[in-house]
Design a binder for this molecule. Structure first.
Ligand code: MLT
Length: 202
């Protein structure tokens, strides 16, 4: 997969893995890694799917309607890529914290749903429920930050609460931060994620 890797100054710190939103690239979220974990190595990945020229991490059938088969396939592909990247760059595969926005938050959520141990924790900005009707793996102690907008037309507050419950019931320690905003990522939300990271990960 297309990606960028930057070695951090603290090689014992978690490696931050970045997943952009629809139409983004591996360059978009680099400032978030800098804001949240400035000493960490960063692996930033570009989604392998194109929708009218816009990179994404998996196909969708319509706005908010995921192509489940492709989601499962792409999640596996991404998990395999993370295994390979850890071997190639020599980082600890078991010490990855994802930061994803929108479609990138959804693929990070899908890693949590389908691949136990894929992520040590995650910051999900405006995620949806990636899949329904499946048993989640044991996520005991996995810290998850969810940033959500009270007026988000894509990820409704109800869906945010559903995701919080699914992850929480699987044992994850979930914190939800609400913004009085829509789907956009605000500075205050990034600040809240950075503060959460300090308290829960660093
Ligand atoms: C998705 O398709 O993953 C969500 O609708 C968010 C987005 O628009 O990318």
């Amino acid at each position: 997969m297309r990606h960028l890797f930057t070695k951090g100054t603290d090689l014992n710190a978690p490696v931050i893995v970045l997943f952009h939103g629809t139409g983004g690239t591996e360059h978009d979220l680099l400032p978030l890694a800098q804001a949240v974990a400035p000493t960490s190595s960063v692996l930033s990945v570009r989604g392998n799917v194109l929708e009218n020229g816009m990179p994404r991490f998996f196909r969708r059938l319509a706005e908010g309607v995921f192509d489940e088969e492709d989601l499962i396939y792409r999640t596996q592909e991404l998990n395999d890529f993370l295994d390979q990247a850890a071997a190639d760059y020599g980082f600890d595969r078991n010490n990855l914290i994802a930061i994803g926005y929108s479609n990138g938050a959804n693929i990070a959520g899908s890693l949590l749903f389908h691949h136990p141990g894929a992520l040590r924790g995650a910051i999900l900005h405006h995620p949806m429920v990636p899949r329904r009707g499946v048993k989640l793996p044991d996520l005991t102690g996995v810290p998850v930050f969810i940033g959500a907008g009270q007026n988000d037309p894509i990820c409704s507050p109800r869906e945010t609460e559903e995701l919080q419950k699914l992850l929480g019931d699987a044992g994850a320690s979930v914190a939800v931060h609400w913004e009085r905003a829509g789907h956009q990522l605000t500075h205050t939300e990034v600040g809240a994620a950075a503060e959460w990271y300090k308290q829960n990960i660093a």
